[in-house]
Design a binder for this molecule. Structure first.
Ligand code: FES
Ligand code: ZN
Length: 296
């Protein structure tokens, strides 16, 4: 589609609203918490939802990734600047202040092996977002995942036939006891579209990737998918949308909501749901890190 700057901006706003309605993500009555990383997707999403008149607040998790890249300090400052510019509420949470260690420190102390830093980071972020949203009366939690992100996850999970993850992949995950509803309003936009939106709006965002993303599987998969898309435009969108369409047939036991309703256990430490009985992965990580820190 060839659109001028102004019509492109309007198109992004209208398409976002369409996705929100189509997938029943939230309404104007909902209090929406946005995961803000300081990157283009989350800031563009915040901008769009704000222009659409939704009740939003941002939540920034300071991971303490402050090596020579100063990734956390820079991204935090950009999130603060954005919130101030539009007079929006940004909540910030500092991992090391609450748990006694930054994400890189946790990775150094933990005995987990695979993709250590990123998987620990994901675990801590998911837990913190959910906890904050539940304790502060938000009804839905949204992230800026775009089509490229969704397709990379889908491709990876299909390659290894991770049925559990495939079942869970959806634009909306309904709330469960102890878990807030989650939504991805940008799931149908290509990354280049969210980047163009941020650029045309003059949004300043962190352009560098997190230093730990370097060499990750996701980046390798995105490269392959970009090649496919380059040769056959529309491949990514078709892969994602056809997957969503095929889900009822692939997983007939899911019922109408198309995501698993399996009953989860409640973690005795933090009360958040967990797939197995006993402490959840997050609580086990924190107690491991704190024990090792004390022993030092
Ligand atoms: Fe979490 Fe990079 S953003 S490890
Ligand atoms: Zn727990």
């Amino acid at each position: 589609m060839a659109l001028c700057d102004e019509h492109f901006l309007t198109w992004v706003i209208n398409q976002t609203e369409r996705s929100i309605r189509k997938y029943d993500m939230f309404t104007h009555e909902d209090r929406v918490l946005i995961a803000v990383s300081g990157g283009k997707d989350s800031l563009a999403l915040w901008d769009v939802l704000n222009r659409l008149g939704y009740q939003t607040a941002g939540f920034y998790v300071n991971l303490g990734i402050d090596d020579e890249t100063a990734y956390s300090s820079k991204s935090y400052q950009l999130a603060v600047d954005f919130a101030q510019k539009y007079n929006l509420k940004l909540h910030a949470f500092q991992v090391d202040k609450t748990y006694g260690a930054t994400i890189p420190e946790m990775a150094a102390l933990s005995r987990r092996s695979k993709n250590k830093t990123c998987s620990i980071c994901g675990l801590v972020k998911r837990h913190s977002f959910n906890k904050f949203a539940m304790e502060n009366g938000f009804s839905v939690f949204v992230t800026g995942h775009n089509l490229d992100d969704e397709v990379a996850v889908l491709y990876n999970n299909t390659l290894s036939w991770q049925l559990d993850f495939l079942r869970r992949q959806a634009p909306v995950l309904p709330a469960k006891p102890g878990l807030i509803k989650k939504a991805k309003p940008f799931c149908r936009f290509y990354e280049r579209e969210t980047a163009a939106y941020a650029l045309l709006r003059g949004i300043e965002y962190i352009e560098e990737e997190c230093p730990y993303a370097d060499g990750s599987t996701t980046i390798a998969i995105k490269t392959i998918l970009n090649q496919l898309e380059h040769n056959h435009a529309g491949t990514k969108l078709a892969f994602y949308l056809k997957f969503l369409k095929a889900k009822p047939e692939l997983f007939p036991q899911l019922g109408e909501s198309l995501v698993p309703q399996d009953l989860l256990f409640s973690c005795p430490g933090c009360q958040q749901p967990t797939p197995k009985e006993g402490d959840c992965a997050f609580c086990r990580l924190i107690s491991e890190v704190q024990t090792k820190k004390m022993a030092k």
